[in-house]
Design a binder for this molecule. Structure first.
Ligand code: GLN
Length: 449
């Protein structure tokens, strides 16, 4: 059924870079065999799942939507992917993304754009735009994405699906191509909070992954307590954020509606202050490019991926392979990182950015002494048109509500709230929680969905 849905809809949506029909049919046959033999089936048996194309899966290419890795065959399978397969999931293929996960619209994919299923003249968000669109279009039930500054929560918001960035370290990143290693986190998309909780169980049940040194055990049953009332619990709201420039009235109204709904369910609303959040984007666009520059140095035109032919020296080969293998935004990030880490410069930008990071983390710590979760927008606006954000700094502002959470390493989830009164496109709300309170976050998400 999933292959049929992809066949019928993906020409229009273009969520996939590669459909792994052979792997899908083999997994489905194995599920049938187990069922016929009366053996125990996994919790995701037969569930069609798509993976962002920065996740390795043997039998597929892992391109990161870059010409640099256009023909790169996965030589091993990422832990997050393997755990979904171990739970019985059916791998449908690899989803489109911004090149190396740099972006908020999937427009920087080297191969093709992905269209928002609600309006194909609009972006699906990014960088995990293909993963969000595949779920929104009903091509798959669950997908995985990665979120360094908002890349799960923002596309989930623009496509009207649930998207969760778990706490940093909750899900293994082994086998996921690194962008900003101190910020990257893998998480699921689904059409309901319950589906996302199911995926979280599959991703974490086997405990910590020794192959990712930042991974921590968080094997709780995410379905347990999902339906528990939120009565008597405290929900933080940040008045200054609701006045943020760029936040549209319809998104603001949706977030206020969600706050009201939680209040009606017996939760208490408390005002909290996150004074340093206003510097989050500035700090992120120092830290993330520095880490990206370091991580992407491995693409040297020798060991991985695209290799320019006919060069007379190693330096020429590396230089030309990188010049022709990377797209514009990937180059911008790496040049920025190289500059920011150069001598005489890093103490002016990199150190202060790390200090801001500490301040933001402390802001959250103080806030969570007063509340269980914090409610805020996920995206300042609904899906925008292709080409509308032509200035990169305008695009960077798409993550004004998501980035601070990656900086602090906490969990966050975007929950769809129907269509906006003006745009008639999906609007959403974001819930954030302290580190390793992901189960509680799902319970609040369930209460507002
Ligand atoms: N939009 C942000 C960026 O371009 C975040 C991307 C992400 O989370 N991967 O860096």
């Amino acid at each position: 059924a999933s292959l049929d849905a992809i066949e019928a809809r993906d020409e229009k949506v273009q969520a996939f870079l590669q459909v792994s029909s052979d792997l899908a049919l083999a997994a489905a046959a194995e599920t049938d065999r187990l069922r016929a033999a009366g053996e125990k089936l996994g919790p995701l048996a037969g569930v069609p799942v798509a993976f962002k194309d920065n996740m390795h899966l043997v039998g597929t290419r892992t391109t990161c939507a870059s010409k640099m890795l256009e023909n790169y065959e996965s030589t091993f399978t990422a832990t997050c992917v393997q755990r979904m397969l171990d739970a019985g999931a059916t791998p449908m293929g690899k989803a489109n993304m911004d090149e190396f996960a740099f972006g908020s619209s999937t427009e920087s994919s080297a191969f093709h754009r992905t269209n928002n299923p609600w309006d194909t003249e609009r972006v699906p968000g990014g960088s995990s735009g293909g993963s969000a669109a595949a779920v929104a279009a009903g091509e798959v039930t669950i997908s995985l994405g990665s979120d360094t500054g908002g890349s799960i929560r923002q596309p989930a918001s623009l496509c009207g699906v649930v998207g969760m960035k778990p706490t940093y370290g909750a899900v293994s990143r082994y086998g996921v191509v690194a962008f900003g290693s101190s910020l990257d986190q893998v998480g699921p998309f689904g059409r309901s909070v319950e589906d996302v909780a199911l995926a979280m169980n599959a991703l974490t049940a086997a405990g910590r992954d020794p192959y990712d040194s930042t991974s921590q055990p968080c094997a709780v049953d995410f379905l347990e307590h999902l339906e528990d009332p939120v009565e008597g619990m405290r929900v933080g709201v940040v008045p200054a954020l609701m006045e943020a420039a760029g936040l549209t009235t319809e998104v603001r109204a949706a977030v206020e509606g969600a706050a009201k709904a939680l209040e009606n369910a017996g939760a208490e609303l408390v005002e909290v202050d996150l004074p340093n959040i206003k510097s989050a984007i500035a700090a992120y666009y120092v830290i993330a490019p520095c880490e990206a520059f370091s991580n992407l140095a491995r693409f040297d035109g020798v060991r991985y991926g695209y290799q320019e032919e006919g060069c007379l020296s190693l330096a020429e080969q590396t230089s030309k392979s990188r010049a022709h293998g990377f797209g514009e935004e990937a180059k911008r990030r790496q040049m920025l990182g190289a500059y920011l880490l150069s001598s005489g410069v890093y103490d002016k930008y990199y150190y202060p950015a790390q200090q801001v990071r500490t301040l933001i983390t402390q802001d959250y710590k103080r806030a969570y002494e007063q509340c269980d979760v914090i409610l805020m927008p996920a995206s300042p606006r609904t899906a925008f048109k292709f080409g509308e954000m032509s200035d990169p700094t305008q695009m960077y502002a798409s993550d004004m509500f998501t980035i601070s959470n990656n900086i602090a390493g906490n969990g966050g989830i975007s929950v769809p709230l129907g269509l906006g009164a003006e745009s008639h496109l999906p609007v959403s709300v974001q819930l954030q929680g302290p580190a390793f309170s992901d189960r509680k976050l799902l319970r609040f998400a369930r209460a507002v969905e």
